[in-house]
Design a protein around this ligand. Structure first.
Ligand code: AHR
Length: 660
């Protein structure tokens, strides 16, 4: 199949044969300005799955930096006299290590940290090492030798960066130094030697690149954050996904644990460590170093509306059948309070309890939160009966906040059909729909939203991706079908107000779920074709829908439409006409874009066509070939108000013209 598809595509691409002669005439009614396309329309879904946060976007390079993993030295190797103790300075992270003299001048005491699949560093760049330390017995200052080493190579010297740190106080204090590696190494080890005869206690051992995104100390990996910002997302949903819910209530995501000084944010387990036994990662935990403050800040710095999702008091229903993982409805008080306090944390003034904390963390100005989601993939009556008290309390205290409910994990079916009316009854503002579905589903969903009730809640397509038949990982054809499906989101912008592909990130060594939008290793990252599809939509969004039809019907890939999907928009600020056309067929198709309703004197200037296509439908960008499939832009000239052109097989094209 793979070969056949590829050959068909190559043949049609290379000889440019027009296999279907009749022109597909797309009529765009330029005078009928339709629904507003919301600024939130194309956004990002973030969850700490596939090492997306710790080991990924969060730039911390040390794993288990606070010695709080259940196996206290997991991720570390200790040598000499190392003792784990539990009366440290940070109440919610009480463990630390004591390094003592090894008993002989030639013997060594210390620790190695393996990082996340190694520690990736670049020659000449700066890395900030920091540690909380003390001399428990007082006396003369003690010394630590901090190194970056490569224990696997045959180089004469293992260390390629080294610096000494003097510990001079009996009290706990933060110390730091900067390491500048002499070489680039994707898999180095952080080594700490006790370099004096003293006893030294260490807690919260950290190593960050100095050059993080926007330069924040507790910052984000630059290439990964930049990839997010480059989308120009309209909304940023966090922190998930299933991790919102938890395997049990104790392991749900609790935002209050993720704010305040990083040293005192308690560790949480990460369900993705054990969800798939064939991709088991026993050392995958959530440090919460990337917490709600950082998520709000990132949203602001990307220009996206923050959309936090909170637990509704139901632990993951996939993992729990009985009632034991559910908070009784009458006992939801603290959960509801968490939601109200979150709104205060984001928007309250600095004299409120939570607004004050935000200010202390560095952001006195409110974050301007407008949306909050309650529950992730919930189903059955357990969900609406829990959602109800949240809706009541939020409406009463914060009528300005829009509430996002859920239609469960399925794109249709019994649970979906039960939940939508319930969401209407509860009058939530948006309903979060999820669909990880095969190619055949995407091909049939072009008209999905055409007949949705216009009077009920709006739609948030909160998690979706095309999972190609037989192979659930990134490839061009799946991304092409996402582009095709998205014409239907755009055409129905009066009801669909947000859409976020999922999941966002995956470490090539640490993934649990694929396909994903951005892949990375310890030093580099790659933007997949699905990334480019999302970006093309976000960059060519427009402000209003324009009606587009072929033979009087919307172009949804229906029978008789030759595998075409299309939508059109107008950008009032740029005075720009935007037409998106996806040819999902294996044939080159003659198409005409007929811009109806323009005045004779109107000129369509600056014609441009951006195409995303590939000769190999199973291919995608990789770390080795990150630019294999990228959008190609060409100028287009139009004769009057009608463009006659040809669209190659398996092609996503965007045409733009400035109306003058
Ligand atoms: O995106 C991966 C997972 O898919 C999310 O955590 C969950 O909401 C969905 O089942």
């Amino acid at each position: 199949m793979r070969k056949l598809r590829m050959l068909t595509a190559v043949a049609a691409l290379s000889i440019g044969v027009v296999l279907h002669a009749q022109t597909n005439e797309l009529l765009i009614q330029t005078k009928k300005l339709g629904a507003e396309i919301q600024p939130t329309m194309y956004g990002l879904f973030f969850e700490d799955i596939n090492y997306a946060a710790d080991g990924g976007l969060y730039a911390e390079l040390v794993k288990n930096r606070s010695f709080e993993f259940p196996q206290r030295l997991m991720g570390w190797k200790s040598f000499g006299q190392v003792e784990v103790r539990d009366d440290g300075p940070f109440g919610r992270n009480p463990h630390y290590v004591r390094l003592s003299y090894a008993g002989h001048r030639d013997k060594r005491t210390g620790l190695d940290n393996e990082g996340f699949f190694g520690i990736g560093v670049r020659a000449g760049e700066e890395y900030r090492f920091s540690v909380w330390a003390r001399l428990p017995e007082g006396g003369a200052p003690g010394k630590l030798l901090v190194e970056l080493v490569d224990t696997k190579s045959m180089r004469e010297q293992q260390a390629f960066a080294a610096a000494e740190l003097t510990i001079d106080s009996k009290e706990w204090k933060k110390y730091q130094l900067v390491l500048k590696p002499a070489l680039t190494n994707a898999k180095s080890t952080l080594r700490i030697f006790l370099a004096s005869n003293s006893t030294i206690d260490l807690e919260h051992v950290s190593l960050f690149p100095v050059d993080t995104w926007k330069g924040h100390e507790n910052g984000l990996r630059k290439d990964l954050a930049q990839a997010l910002a480059d989308i120009h997302p309209g909304v940023f949903r966090f922190p998930g996904g299933c991790i919102v819910e938890g395997t049990d209530l104790a392991s749900r995501y609790q935002w209050k644990n993720s704010v305040g000084p990083v040293e005192n944010r308690p560790l949480n387990e990460n369900r993705w460590h054990y969800t798939f036994p064939h991709r088991f990662f026993p050392d995958y935990y959530q440090s919460y170093g990337l917490g709600f403050y950082e998520y709000f800040l990132l949203s602001e710095e990307m220009g996206a509306e923050p959309l936090p999702i909170l637990s509704c008091g139901l632990a993951c229903q996939f993992q729990n059948d009985g009632e034991h993982a559910h908070v009784p409805v009458g006992e939801l008080g603290s959960y509801v309070q968490d939601a109200l306090d979150l709104i205060e944390f984001a928007n309250g003034d600095v004299y409120t309890e939570w607004g004050k904390l935000r200010a202390e963390m560095g952001h006195p100005k409110p974050f301007g939160l407008k949306f909050v989601g309650i529950g992730n993939e919930q189903w059955g009556k357990l969900y609406p009966e829990r959602l109800e008290p949240f809706v009541k309390a939020i409406r009463e205290a914060h009528p300005e906040i829009k509430i996002v409910g859920s239609s469960g994990p399925n794109s249709e079916g019994k649970e979906f059909d039960y939940l939508w009316p319930e969401m209407k009854r509860l009058k939530v503002d948006l309903v979060d729909e999820h669909f990880y579905r095969p190619e055949s589903w995407f091909l049939k969903q072009g008209a999905r939203y055409d007949n949705y009730d216009r009077k009920g809640p709006k739609v948030f397509a909160g998690e979706y991706a095309c999972h190609g038949a037989g192979k659930k990982w990134n490839h061009f054809y799946a991304s092409l079908l996402e582009a095709a499906f998205m014409t239907g989101l755009e055409r129905n912008a009066d009801i669909v107000q947000m859409a976020t592909y999922a999941p966002l990130f995956a470490h090539v060594e640490g993934w649990q779920w694929r396909p994903d939008m951005i892949w990375f290793d310890n030093l580099s990252s790659v933007r997949t074709v699905s990334y480019h599809v999302q970006q093309l939509y976000a960059h060519n969004k427009g402000t209003n829908v324009l009606p587009l039809t072929m033979n009087g019907k919307p172009v949804t890939g229906a029978d008789g439409q030759n595998g075409l999907f299309a939508s059109a928009a107008f950008d009032k600020e740029k005075n720009e006409l935007i037409v998106k056309v996806v040819n999902t067929s294996d044939k080159a198709l003659p198409i005409a874009l007929n811009f109806e309703g323009l005045k004779k004197k109107d000129v369509l200037a600056n014609g441009c066509c951006i195409k995303l296509r590939s000769a190999d439908l199973d291919a995608d960008n990789t770390l080795e070939q990150p630019h294999a499939i990228t959008p190609v832009e060409t100028n287009v000239s139009i004769d009057g108000h009608k463009l006659n052109t040809e669209l190659e097989p398996y092609t996503f094209a965007i045409y733009t013209f400035t109306k003058k």
